[in-house]
Design a protein around this ligand. Structure first.
Ligand code: F6R
Length: 247
């Protein structure tokens, strides 16, 4: 694993965008696995800027997002499809037909999850998967569990995650309780993984995931077994790792 420690969120975002831009430049037909949440917003801003400056081209890019809340439509401003359109897709020349986010309005969970796994398979596999990390070390919406799940599945969100995500909603009761999410297996199958983390509230998750035992109770810990992982984290997110002298 390669670790880039940055001074702050801005530098983390710049570094992550540079890595994604390098992927796009080296393979303009890349399949990008994308994430939502607050952490990658700065990364997307930098990518939009690079596109506007003529440094990168999204024409041949396909994107496959990690997850979506069950029950939210693409027009709901809390849906992850809306987030992606708003933060990236509407500002670059990606073909919207080549952007995939699970359909939160699909009531048949089994069908939607199967369809999504097919999309990933048909794409030929994700070249670079961008990830954020939850305070409980979830990736996608793979919550701490007794097993690592493989494919796309419907998740019951934990109280920890619902509370963490409540900041985006005007009422905690409006936070959906379920999500469709790629499984750990889907994520692990990506050729390259780029995980971004910022802030001291992620320090425990970063330490547990990358410097402690591998267990499904710490979902991101599986990434220790992946051969091509880049962690881009600011110094607050690496606080415990630094305090323990591990890097
Ligand atoms: C988002 C996702 C989640 C987030 C995680 C961290 O698509 O899959 O795993 O990456 O919840 O969210 P933030 O960045 O808001 O702290």
């Amino acid at each position: 694993m390669r670790i880039y420690q940055t001074e702050n969120y801005q530098q983390m975002s710049k570094k992550a965008a540079n890595i994604i831009a390098a992927q796009i430049i080296s393979n303009p037909e890349s399949i990008l696995g994308l994430a939502t949440g607050s952490t990658p917003i700065g990364t997307y801003k930098n990518l939009v800027k690079k596109y506007q400056d003529g440094d990168i081209d999204f024409k041949g890019i396909t994107s496959i997002n990690l997850d979506e809340y069950v029950g939210l439509s693409k027009d709901d401003d809390q849906s992850y499809r809306y987030f992606m359109n708003d933060n990236l897709f509407n500002h670059v020349n990606i073909d919207i037909n080549n952007t995939y986010v699970p359909d939160g309005t699909q009531k048949d969970a089994e069908l939607e999850c199967k369809k999504y796994d097919e999309i990933i398979k048909k794409s030929g596999g994700i070249d670079l998967q961008l990830l954020g990390i939850g305070q409980n070390s979830h990736i996608g919406f793979n919550e701490p569990d007794s097993v690592f799940t493989f494919g796309t599945h419907c998740v019951d969100l934990t109280e920890n995650t619902i509370n963490a995500n409540a900041r985006f909603f005007d009422d905690i009761n409006k936070v959906p309780k379920k999500a469709y999410s790629m499984g750990i297996g889907n994520i692990f199958s990506a050729k390259k993984i780029l995980l971004v983390a910022s802030g001291e509230n992620k320090a425990q998750a970063v330490y547990d995931s990358f410097f402690s035992a591998i267990t499904p109770n710490v979902p991101a810990s599986i990434l220790q077994l992946h051969s091509d992982v880049i962690l881009v984290a600011d110094k607050d997110a690496l606080k415990i790792v630094n305090d323990k002298g591990l890097i």
